[in-house]
Ligand binder design. Structure first.
Ligand SMILES: [Cu+2]
Length: 308
């Protein structure tokens, strides 16, 4: 069951290994386009069971980068404080998974998680400064290290809406999004990381129903209101942002976060009520939530988004 898988995934991390140069795709047309293509760097992370490889990281600079994840699992990018490294992080994450809150707090105190994507996912992540970054995956034994040079400024891509994690923990942001596009995921919480799980549910399902199913403790089949479509993102530390490309069937979705809360004995945020309903695709499927292009508060509509 997807809910349990996500809950088990808990905290998300990132890995790296081989750095291979990839040719820049430069459109042969307008100069403006050429400038834009050159301005945003692009890496591809491939996750395998024993290793994580990164293409396109040669000559990487800090700033916004496009990231695409392929292979057998999700990948995330993190920055560790001085004196703390991937080995410490893995140990602490494993201990945290077994309920050691001291280890979880130590990991969070020494790690800035900058985002990530599931396999097949893509978007943009911001590397805040020159230095070393670690790419990791909870589905791989490997990890990879990226070295970024002095930062560049790259504009944020246009987005179709936003999903905001807030102190509570609660969700803010758009109530509707197109079925396909790019959303901004922002962690406006001051204390803990969050990640996004979008899970399609039967139209009319309530957050109370989802919460009851999550907290029932039953290991049986998924509840009837759960539909197969969904996606997740990597985690973001407080104050961080990323953009996420997505393409999902239209309908109603529940937004959930399963990051374990260090001050609640590791309880995943969704179990604390961090649940919100959102409609994808408008087009009348949403019960009175309106067209996403018609000025819904918090929704940013846009066109001409550079695609992958
Ligand atoms: Cu969370």
């Amino acid at each position: 069951m997807r809910l349990l898988r996500s809950a088990r995934a808990g905290m998300a991390v990132v890995c790296t290994s081989a750095l291979v140069a990839a040719p820049l795709l430069v459109p042969a047309t307008a100069t403006a386009q050429r400038a834009e293509a050159a301005a945003i760097q692009s890496i591809t992370i491939r996750v395998a069971k024993q290793a994580i490889t990164v293409k396109g990281a040669k000559g990487l600079d800090a700033g916004r980068i496009k990231v695409q994840v392929k292979g057998r699992g999700s990948a995330e990018i993190a920055m560790f404080d001085r004196g703390y490294d991937y080995r410490d992080f893995s140990k602490d994450a494993a201990a945290a998974d077994k309920g050691n809150m001291k280890a979880l707090k130590r990991a969070l105190a020494n790690t800035t998680i900058l985002g990530g994507f599931q396999s097949g996912g893509s978007g943009t992540i911001v590397l805040p400064k020159a230095g070393e970054y670690t790419v990791f995956s909870f589905e791989s034994r490997g990890h990879a290290v990226l070295t970024a040079g002095k930062g560049r400024t790259s504009p944020a891509p246009d987005v179709d809406g936003k999903i905001v994690g807030k102190t509570g923990p609660v969700w803010g942001g758009s109530n509707t999004l197109p079925a396909k596009g790019t959303f901004l995921f922002k962690n406006a919480d001051k204390t803990v990381p969050h990640f996004v799980v979008l899970q399609q549910v039967v139209e009319g399902t309530t957050t109370d129903q989802v919460l009851a199913a999550l907290t029932s403790g039953e290991e049986g089949p998924p509840p009837d209101f759960m539909l197969p479509a969904g996606m997740d993102t990597g985690s973001l530390s407080p104050g961080r942002k990323m953009t996420v490309n997505y393409d999902l069937p239209p309908g109603q979705y529940v937004i959930m976060c399963f990051f374990p809360d260090p001050n609640m004995q590791g309880m995943p945020h969704a179990f604390m009520g961090m649940l919100k309903m959102i409609h994808l695709g408008g087009g009348g499927s949403a019960a009175g939530t309106g067209d996403p292009s018609q000025g819904v508060p918090g929704t940013i509509t846009s066109v001409a988004r550079p695609g992958w």
